[in-house]
Design a protein around this ligand. Structure first.
Ligand code: ZN
Length: 94
């Protein structure tokens, strides 16, 4: 599993996508690809785009995966450590 500081993670995000709204993540539960923009379009908290399957907010997907409540899926998530030393699990970029 990838472990990064939040600075490294943000830098990788910019290198890959250029525009944060275009950043896409894969749900570890169902494989759905979702972008930050998808969450903005639904008036959802954009920071949930890498923590919750969008299936939590729309009916079509039948998936309610969330890093906050679901088990360890270490190959499909990464661990980000912020300046305060707090660990945040996030979906992988795709
Ligand atoms: Zn899902």
């Amino acid at each position: 599993m990838v472990m990064q500081t939040d600075d490294q993670w943000t830098l990788e995000l910019w290198h890959r996508f250029g525009d944060i709204r275009k950043a896409t993540f894969e749900c570890p539960g169902c494989g759905h690809i979702q972008s930050i923009q998808d969450f903005i379009n639904l008036n959802l908290d954009p920071s949930r785009a890498y923590k919750d399957c969008i299936g939590n907010f729309v009916d079509q997907l039948g998936c309610n995966f969330s890093v906050d409540s679901d088990g360890d899926l270490s190959d499909k998530t990464r661990l980000i450590v912020n300046r305060e030393g707090k660990e945040i699990r996030v979906f992988n970029f795709i």
